[in-house]
Design a protein around this ligand. Structure first.
Ligand SMILES: [Zn+2]
Length: 179
């Protein structure tokens, strides 16, 4: 039996409807800290329309370890699976092969793609305020992915890989699925 893999090796998840799930997180059951992929290990079985996840998460703040047993659908819904974590983990490790770690996308090629105009994206109807006389959409959607409003890009600041910039200044960060 192989050992649980770093869960990040399975991401991004790609589904038949072209949806991608790049980030996944779960709140620590003890202290509420958001625990992300780098602090999870386990196994994932990706089917065309859903993925089964069995993992152990370790909270970087309080070191508490807890099981994550869930289903992620191609509509990016996270559902709890009522199965023993150890059983699903055993099953997934026995029936899947170890994933190859994903190579990060070359940074240079993504820089211009991160700067978007309103006409290129789907805008949330909800706004979280005004900036330069324009409403600030709560989120934007681009290429099938949702980005949530994060703040205003500082002078000379470059967006991170999982961020997008709207109107040259409004900073959005890739939506994190939280179970
Ligand atoms: Zn914790």
């Amino acid at each position: 039996m192989r050992r649980p893999d770093p869960l990040s090796h399975y991401f991004p998840l790609r589904f038949a409807n072209q949806a991608q799930v790049t980030r996944f997180a779960k709140q620590c059951v003890r202290c509420g800290q958001v625990v992300e992929l780098p602090n999870m290990s386990g196994a994932v079985r990706v089917l065309p329309d859903r993925a089964m996840v069995a993992a152990k998460a370790r909270c970087p703040k309080c070191s508490h370890e807890f099981p994550v047993t869930c289903l992620i659908t191609q509509d990016k819904q996270v559902m709890r699976l009522h199965l023993p974590n150890t059983l699903l983990m055993w099953y997934l490790l026995a029936t899947t092969s170890a994933p190859a770690p994903q190579a990060p996308a070359p940074a240079a090629a993504t820089v211009d793609l991160q700067r978007l105009q309103r006409s290129e994206v789907e805008l949330a109807a909800d706004s979280v305020g005004q900036f330069d006389g324009q409403p600030i959409p709560a989120w934007i959607r681009h290429a099938g992915e949702q980005f949530d409003f994060e703040g205003v890009l500082g002078k000379g600041q470059q967006p991170a890989q999982d961020e997008r910039v709207l109107d040259g200044q409004l900073l959005y960060r890739r939506h994190v699925l939280t179970a």
